[in-house]
Design a protein around this ligand. Structure first.
Ligand code: AMP
Length: 584
């Protein structure tokens, strides 16, 4: 985190917007927010080198929202985003920040949605339009989007728009907006074509790059886990169960998250508490003291609340939510490894946050090793070991004579063998931490998987009984850059379906189909609907009346769909580049 001590209340934002921020649990502006908000409020153009995860959406949405004239029902802010997913996300962020701004209206527009619906919504006069370049162009051409009252324009993830072939559309759109409009451009990188746009269409843009300090942290063992398959809370618990490390600090982004996580850990038997800016100084100090005195083992903190925290017994820091920038990371992990001790730091990285990970590694000039989650076997072994220790120490430290007598008496009363009695007591004693865990689903042996990939042998096909499969449609296709492996991975992880039970997958330009075991529970289907592949919601649906059957075998290039048996074929070569398209 930067050492900006700026508070949201220092930033001249209207009270209605401040109220929403407080309710959302944001404690303090992220560095990009602290830098951008005053400039944008001041009407200046901004060039932000920032990517997802830095808080850039609020960095432009909060100030621009504050400049809207609610009485004027015309688009005053236009945000261009590379994908429909991002457009929706940005529109939702505006909506969330404006929940106490009565009459505010934001509209996402993107390809694939019906024009009639969009026209109707545009006629209602949204104050902010967030769109993908293709669809915005179409509406401009049709005269259905009028930008003569536009005050500000934002190019979000400009380098992505360039990569996806939208940059000409972006320029055309910019050329059609009033020359005096304010512009903010956000991009993780600054390729030449984007520089050109900034020179041509922006007025004295203020560049914002959050400088990162580098520090050596040799005594801290840094690892990261790329979030997949297991939700973050379960992953956290597995780590807590298997790592020995004294005190622990877990970092989350919002105050709300700190309390939620602390409560969930407490419910699972951990001595955990939240540490955040909602607590007064005295309570915070008391909480930290409890960690020092080992009355607490875990603090779940926000960056601000943990600033400067110095507790020797903290042996591990877990970055539950990735920090905004390298400085915050360095500060966070510096809460362990105090007084010359060794420390451990674990970072959870959602797949879409990989870029931030890379940035942290580059800035600290230290690689962060990828780790696997501890397996269920490891969790079970740890539980047994700690149980064994408890039993031994009770035996050594307590007088057990009266209990031995009680056991004799119980055995006689119940007519049970002592061993049976002991197993029943063990069963009761394990409480909510079972000592025998169900086995982990067997990963398939490598050779089997390879042969499945490499050959088309009949014996593999026999395994699939097509009568047991239904056909589902996914709203992602080749044009989104999707590959068969992405679909297998997402479905196997999200629906907990072994990839062996996934039937043929076929890719088409705009959608894909996948065969899955019959009788999928509605809640699993519902959960799958919200899964993203290649940044697009898959919105899976059952293709009623469609019968699962093996993919027809056709010569290469003739058949667009890909069957189960060429699952690896496409994957081994260079990843398919998404074709440039007019709309996301
Ligand atoms: P973005 O970089 O805009 O994609 O934001 C990443 C995430 O950080 C979103 O979930 C935001 O809600 C959250 N966020 C943004 N600003 C703050 C803040 N000042 N405090 C806490 N969370 C924030």
């Amino acid at each position: 985190m930067s050492d900006t001590q700026v508070a949201f209340s220092d930033l001249d934002l209207p009270s209605s917007v401040l109220k929403s921020i407080t309710e959302l649990g944001y404690e303090t502006p992220s560095p990009i927010q602290a830098a951008c908000i005053p400039l944008l409020l001041n009407g200046q153009d901004v060039l932000g080198m920032a990517q997802t995860g830095t808080g850039k959406t609020a960095a432009f949405a909060l100030p621009l929202l504050s400049r809207i004239d609610l009485k004027l029902n015309k688009p005053q802010v236009l945000v261009l985003a590379p994908t429909r997913e991002l457009a929706v996300q940005v529109a939702e962020a505006f909506q969330a920040y404006a929940r106490h701004v009565p009459g505010f209206h934001v509209l996402p527009i993107y390809g694939g949605q019906s024009y009639t619906l969009q026209l109707k919504q545009l006629r209602r006069g949204p104050h902010v339009v967030v769109g993908t370049p293709g669809r915005v162009m179409d509406h401009l051409d049709r005269g259905t989007l009028i930008l003569d009252e536009l005050k500000a324009m934002v190019l979000d993830e400009a380098d992505e728009m360039l990569r996806m072939g939208f940059i000409d559309d972006v320029e055309t759109i910019m050329a059609k907006t009033p020359a005096e409009r304010q512009t903010a451009l956000f991009s993780a990188t600054m390729p030449e074509q984007i520089r050109r746009i900034t020179k041509r269409y922006m007025r004295d843009p203020q560049e914002i790059k959050i400088a990162s300090k580098t520090t050596t942290m040799e005594n801290i063992d840094q690892r990261c886990w790329i979030v997949s398959g297991v939700n973050k809370l379960d992953a956290l618990v597995r780590i807590l169960e298997t790592e020995d490390c004294g005190g622990i600090i877990i970092f989350a982004r919002t105050k709300t998250a700190t309390t939620e996580i602390a409560e969930k850990l407490e419910a699972r038997g951990y001595a955990a508490a939240a540490l955040n800016g909602d607590m007064n100084q005295q309570l915070r100090e008391r909480t930290v003291q409890r960690l020092k005195d080992a009355k607490l083992d875990i603090l779940v903190a926000t960056d601000v609340a943990a600033r400067g925290l110095d507790v020797e017994r903290v042996g591990m820091v877990i970055n539950y939510d990735i920090p905004y920038d390298t400085e915050a990371y360095v500060h966070r992990i510096g809460r362990t490894g105090r007084a010359g001790r060794d420390g451990k730091a674990i970072l959870f990285v959602a797949p879409r946050e990989r870029r931030l990970l890379k940035q942290i590694e580059q800035a600290t000039r230290q690689p962060i090793k990828q780790m696997d989650l501890p397996s269920r076997d490891m969790v079970q072994d740890k539980r047994l070991e700690s149980f064994r220790q408890q039993v031994t120490s009770i035996f050594n430290d307590e007088d057990m004579a009266a209990y031995r007598e009680l056991i004799d008496q119980l055995a006689a009363d119940t007519e049970l063998e002592t061993l049976d009695l002991a197993s029943a007591l063990l069963y009761m004693a394990q409480k909510d931490k079972p000592l025998i865990l169900p086995p982990e689903p067997e990963p398939r042996p490598r050779r089997e998987r390879d042969s499945e990939r490499d050959s088309d042998r009949g014996e593999k096909r026999e395994r699939i009984n097509y009568a047991d499969l239904d056909v589902y449609r996914l709203e992602v296709g080749r044009n989104d850059g999707v590959q068969v492996k992405n679909i297998v991975g997402a479905i196997a992880n999200e629906a907990d379906i072994n990839s062996r039970h996934i039937g043929d997958i076929r890719l088409f330009d705009d959608y894909s189909t996948v065969q899955l075991p019959k009788g999928m529970p509605p809640e699993v289907l519902q959960q799958l609907k919200g899964v993203f592949i290649c940044r697009k919601k898959i919105d899976i649906s059952l293709m009623e009346g469609e019968v699962a059957r093996p993919a027809p075998r056709k010569p290469r290039g003739d058949f667009k769909g890909k069957g189960r048996n060429d699952r690896g074929g496409n994957d081994r070569g260079a990843p398919r580049k998404p074709r440039p398209r007019r709309d996301a």
